[in-house]
Design a protein around this ligand. Sequence first.
Ligand code: T4K
Length: 376
Amino acid sequence: MSKLEPFAESIFVTRPVLPKIEEVTEKLKDIWSIKWLTNNGPQHYMLERELEKYLKVPYLSLFNNGTIALIVACQSLRLQGDVITTPFTFAATPHVLSWNNINPIFCDIDEETMNIDAEKIESMITPRTSAILAVHVFGTPCDVKKIQQVADAYGLKVIYDAAHAFGVEIGDEGIGTFGDISMFSFHATKLYHTVEGGALVHGDKNLKQRIDLLKNFGIKNEDEVVMSGINGKLDEVRAAIGRIMLNYVEEEREKRRKLHEVYNEELGDVAGIKLMPKCGENVKLNYQYYVIRVDEKIFGKSRDYVYDELKKYNVHTRKYFHPLCSEFTCYRQLNSASVENLPVANVVGKQVLSLPMYGDLAADDVRKICRIIKEF
Ligand code: T4K
């Protein structure tokens, strides 16, 4: 260990943004006064409209979490057979496919963006392929143009897992306007949250009707159940918290942008540490995560060494996304899960490390974390 002292209190990879408690109790009074707790109440209705505006999308349906939302997205587009996706993502992404009896087909990732390699998708398409499920990993937009071109050429649907990409824009367009459907997660660890929650967004009015039926057991009215749905509803308390949280999101984004700058300054010239990809000036990012890649050959220490040693300083980083989904016991027998098929993902998965990133983190603490890393 170096001369630097461990942090007195644990520094986690992230901390949730919390609204003032008085604001929450104020909103709770509204809910209490009308005794409407869930099932399409006024908070739910208003949050849907407010989020449509904020995310610049035509239609939005709220959900109780992002995973159920993504399961419903597959159902709403009647996907079947195989869906091409990335192994470099959270477990939820391939799991929603297998929960729909769809086979995930893993495609390798781009070395720079860590998103699905759009150039490789075409070679994975077979007559069984029904869609592409791509992820805007760490909020970096996928190559949406190329993905749409491939999808159009083969008549495939495109779903974006935009769990990390709340508020990201390309040009002036919300990230949720690309593909057939996008999913946002509003989990407590996200830039914007409703404690637990999520949403599907798209541009098709009929699809909204179908999605809203699917998330409410398929109940059309008191006399008719028209499809086999699920309970994906977001309750009024969390919808109310979501409405409050919308007032916090820009301030939080700006705080994180500044912390990104501090990390970039401190780690920018460290040999063997690769920073997050640079996006073009037309991309508005959300700075939700700060992720580095440790190249052991150049840095001299492995990612796992950095992770373990930082813990001794009370800094709790995360290896998002290790293991790769293709390494999970439930998927590793798939042909597409082989290391030969996923050479880039298998290297990146051993290098990535998510460093602490949340608005309340002090810039001096970021500098100290970087000094610790540099001393390794
Ligand atoms: N697709 C993608 C690409 C995703 O990343 C995710 C979720 C989904 C789909 C599914 O969306 P949801 O169904 O979750 O809406 C966390 C989140 O639980 C998960 O939402 C997220 N991705 C994933 C990347 O991260 P864990 O297991 O790493 O979280 P956990 O509990 O270890 O929390 C991380 C750190 O945050 C803790 O060390 C401390 C801090 N924390 C966490 C919680 C929950 C707090 O300070 N307070 C808290 O309340 O999965």
